[in-house]
Design a protein. Structure first.
Length: 281
């Protein structure tokens, strides 16, 4: 990845984290921890990898994205707004009764959302269906999905994994946001799911470990997924929950809690400093 593109992606992700924090604070609710951890992977997808057109969000030949960890809309909405699907000022309507930017993605009313999700495990199942439809229709679009490492405790995830392998859906790429935490604490304590690499391999998937905050690694991993034939690919992205805010990082308490005014100001100051550093490089 050339330095100019790397720089632009890092700046975009820094802006996205600011938007996500603003959304959750304004709404006084929302899931900030996992939104901050998955932000880089979504920025890489929408600004470097996926074939999409915000002016034509229902293009039948577009690549598709499913936020299977559907509670992390602060990340998705921030990326969609920055990509041009809707005005950035709309984020102030997050979780507002006067708008459709709900806490989980809504494909009916929000431009750029390809699947309504919320119940964990169902998003990846929908993504498998999309990828299978692409194969049947002989389309060349690709389907991407983001899951949480807490989400993979759902049995439906593994039913979807079996189906994807059976139908050799090499047009499907899943990313697991492996931040090690879920709402009740460490995933290793709540319901251990490791070794995820060996489990996905046993289910017939191509597995690529990746640093979920390294754009060069993410670019290479997505490219390798697209090049792999005969099986679906999963990226196991090692991330930090609450990435970018010192007092939120690696703290399960920030899974689904909004900052108060004092915490918000501290978080925004740190995120603005991070943006300034990226812009100054």
């Amino acid at each position: 990845m050339d330095q100019a593109k790397l720089h632009q992606l890092a700046v975009t992700a820094a802006k996205g984290r600011l938007l996500a924090m603003e959304m959750v604070h304004t709404a006084a609710s929302g899931h900030i921890g996992g939104s901050l951890s998955v932000m880089d992977a979504l920025v890489e997808l929408y600004f470097d990898v996926m074939r999409v057109d915000p002016a034509n969000p229902k293009d039948p030949n577009r690549d598709r994205f499913v936020l299977s960890k559907g509670h992390c809309t602060p990340a998705l909405y921030a990326v969609l707004a920055m990509r041009g699907y809707f005005p950035e000022e709309d984020i102030k309507l997050f979780r507002s009764i006067t708008a459709h930017y709900s806490g989980h993605p809504d494909m009916v009313y929000v431009p750029g959302v390809d699947m309504s999700t919320g119940s964990l495990g169902q998003g990846i199942s929908a993504a498998v269906g999309m990828a299978l439809a692409g194969k049947v229709d002989k389309k060349d679009y690709r389907v991407y999905a983001a899951l949480g490492d807490g989400e993979v405790e759902e049995g439906q995830v593994w039913e979807a994994a079996m189906a994807a392998a059976k139908y050799k859906l090499d047009n499907l790429c899943a990313l697991v946001d492996v931040n090690g935490l879920q709402i009740d604490g460490k995933t290793a304590d709540v319901m251990p799911s490791e070794p995820l690499d060996e489990k996905f391999k046993a289910f017939g998937w191509n597995v690529i470990p990746v640093d979920g905050h390294d754009f060069a690694q993410l670019e290479a991993a997505y490219a390798a997924a697209a090049a792999h034939k005969g099986a679906p690919t999963v990226l196991l992205a090692k991330t930090v929950k609450g990435k970018g805010v010192s007092f939120m990082e690696n703290d399960a308490g920030w899974h689904g809690k909004a900052p108060n005014d004092e915490q918000y100001e501290k978080a925004m100051a740190e995120l603005r400093d991070a943006l300034a550093r990226e812009e100054g490089k």
